[in-house]
Design a protein around this ligand. Sequence first.
Ligand code: PMP
Length: 427
Amino acid sequence: MFEKSVKAYNDACEVIPGGVDSPVRAFKSVGGTPPFIEKGEGAYLIDVDGNRYLDFVQSWGPLIFGHCDSDIEQAVIQTVKKGLSFGAPVVLETELAAEIVEMYDNIDKVRFVNSGTEATMSAIRLARGVTGKNNIVKFEGCYHGHSDSLLVQAGSGMATFGTPSSPGVPADLTKHTLVCEYNNIEDLKKCFEQSDDIACIIIEPIAGNMGFVPASKEFLKECRELCDKHGALLILDEVMTGFRVSSTGAHGVIDVKGDIVTFGKVIGGGMPVGAFAANKDIMAHLSPDGAVYQAGTLSGNPVAMAAGLTSLRKIKSNTSLYEELNKKAQRLVDGLKEAANANSIGLQVRTIGSMFGFFFADKEPKNFKEVSEFCNFDRFGKFHHEMIKRGFYFACSQYEAGFISTAITDEMIDDCINAANEIMKEL
Ligand code: PMP
């Protein structure tokens, strides 16, 4: 069933480290080797062996309208015909920025980059430039890309001072990163007592990188208040949630506004894009207007802008979009929960907008430590493997969220639930 994919993987391993260009794709946490994808078609992925999978990953979030959406495809084709890149301004950049500005009332200006990693790295530089302070606060289990100062794990001893989580990152580069526990107000307060040099808090307001774990309203409120009290900026990392959980991202769901917001994924419609945005006073610090340097040869690429612009305009024109997506996500997680209950398996499910998550656990985890402690990773691995064999493609790690696209129908979801029910009998 997977012969060509296995060969493709082995060939790739000869010339690409681990056979992949981003580690999670290698299926290390669930075992086996990944299907190599030939093409997408609406709700489906088709691999090089011709297997079809109902896709709940959606390129890790961007493809809210599924694969090969004809409007996005047309916009990309028309733009490609005019040239791939100019390294000079194009009107599409202004148009996409204007769409984002219109939807977020705390944003006046947007700077485009090429990935979520660049967006958060630049947002932090801007926060430091604006405040003149050095330290940043991040939360264990939140992922903001792979820039050096964000590859940290909670240190021991002084609790909050992070230590590098990867070889190649000197401790000197993470000593300004303070790591706190997600959803733990006391821990965060202590951190602000410990340091008067905090430039910003960076947070996934609805975390999708330790599985699907939303921050509590009280916790987010505390983040906001501590930033205001101590002259720090709040960076809401909406790379995953932006235009995913609502037309105004997590910002539209939670009661708290960020000073700087980062984007990626949906705003590129499947093309490589990131962005960071803020009000005009904060953005005035950014080069060439201000002194905080930031740049990119391919930033604001016209093809990527066209894909993103078409996505956002489609989102704007469909007022019931998120309601419909949410209903489908709810149908899926309710069905999975029922199947689990019927088979006496502990399963925790959550969904907001078109994002969802499920944990094989008896209690709902609210931070990274609890995800690691409560969840049955073995069971997830078996479930994932069996679902792939039956044509259902879920994220290949329990530390990842899932996504619904408009191309996924209720019938497809019901087929998935039936398959899950069968599998859970054997788990
Ligand atoms: N922030 C968040 C919240 C993310 O989920 C990700 C990637 N999944 C990033 C930043 C980094 O984005 P990229 O992989 O495009 O660099």
